[in-house]
Design a protein around this ligand. Structure first.
Ligand SMILES: NC(=O)c1ccc[n+]([C@@H]2O[C@H](COP(=O)([O-])OP(=O)(O)OC[C@H]3O[C@@H](n4cnc5c(N)ncnc54)[C@H](OP(=O)(O)O)[C@@H]3O)[C@@H](O)[C@H]2O)c1
Length: 294
């Protein structure tokens, strides 16, 4: 019998998951959404399933909660208030929440877990290619087997969560957000600087930044961030750092705090890699040489 899967939250992640589950041969029961018309649109976009009411979740072997982090506890409560299909698996896709968010479902006899996909789901991208992306799975052993099966259907590579409580989950999520959304924001900022200063068009500016960021990420993942670091901070070149800061303050002040924060972090890596203490001090001094804004 095909696995019957329902999804609460017909948003970016919910819709991408539904499409993949259908392609993988699961029986997609449908979406529970907040807005009936918008939910019907997403059902049509997936080409399978139906607009569901809360009691319809009883039909599913698996209920995926793909609502925003702030809405998750309430959505679980709403589902729990009508009961749960015994032994079905309820899982969420949030990075921020642990399994404590299922507290209201504790006495229902459902299994719980989470599967946090580690790739950006942008609403503007029609078909998200999940193949090979990692996903962090959390849950007791009796949930893990099915979580792994679901991940395989989604073509996600499972990493099992071994962390602890709510607080460590929040730190983990902060790291993920820094890596994903921080990198996107950094890309935009660096591309603006390169483009405007070099008189380049958008394509060339983006190509330059993409090449540099890809190479930096590749080197850091292969050798570790400290050994991968290059550039003026790694060389202890305080003069260049001071020139950068002066130019940024004059022409792109909005980028200055980002430059300072990231180069301070780079300085820690450079120190770990053996940059001489005197050079570390000179670079640190250059990074604190901000002129008061007029
Ligand atoms: N986007 C990503 O890149 C990404 C990556 C990994 C993990 N995640 C996680 O996946 C989850 C979903 O993220 P998303 O980006 O897909 O969010 P989203 O696009 O905002 O979609 C959330 C959907 O849930 C619906 N919803 C909210 N409360 C509901 C409720 N009580 N009952 C039924 N439907 C409800 C929303 O309806 P309305 O339209 O009415 O608000 C919306 O359709 C989050 O926990 C997020 O952290 C996201």
């Amino acid at each position: 019998m095909a696995l019957r899967i329902a999804i609460v939250g017909p948003g970016r992640v919910g819709t991408a998951f539904a499409r993949r589950f259908v392609q993988a041969g699961a029986s997609f029961v449908g979406f529970v959404g907040r807005d009936r018309a918008a939910t019907a649109e997403q059902v049509a976009a997936v080409g399978s399933g139906a607009v569901l009411a809360w009691p319809d979740l009883h039909k599913a072997h698996v209920v995926v909660f793909a609502v925003g982090d702030g809405d998750l506890a309430k959505a679980v409560e709403q589902a729990a208030s009508i009961g749960g299909r015994p032994c079905s698996l309820w899982l969420h896709t949030s990075g921020r929440h642990g399994l404590e968010v299922f507290a209201s479902a504790e006495l229902l006899g459902v299994r719980t877990g989470s599967l946090h996909p580690l790739l950006p789901f942008s609403g503007s991208l029609e078909n998200i290619n999940m193949a090979g992306a990692p996903a962090v799975a959390a849950g007791p052993p009796r949930s893990m087997r099915l979580l792994k099966r679901l991940a395989a259907m989604l073509q996600l590579a499972v990493i099992e969560w071994r962390g602890g409580d709510k607080q460590s989950r929040t730190l983990y999520h902060a790291g993920c957000v820094l890596a994903a959304n921080g990198a996107t924001a950094l890309f935009g900022m660096a591309a603006d600087l390169v483009r405007s200063a070099g008189g380049l068009d958008r394509r060339d500016g983006d190509a330059i930044v993409a090449a540099l960021m890809n190479a930096g990420v590749r080197a850091a993942s292969e050798h570790g961030a400290d050994r991968a670091l290059s550039g003026p901070v790694r060389r202890g070149d305080a003069e260049t750092v001071a020139l950068h800061l002066a130019a940024l303050q004059d022409q792109a002040a909005v980028a200055t705090p980002t430059y300072v924060a990231l180069m301070q972090q780079a300085l820690l890596l450079a120190r770990d890699q053996g940059l001489a203490p005197a050079d570390c001090e000179r670079v640190a001094a250059a990074l604190s040489l901000l002129r008061p804004s007029s």
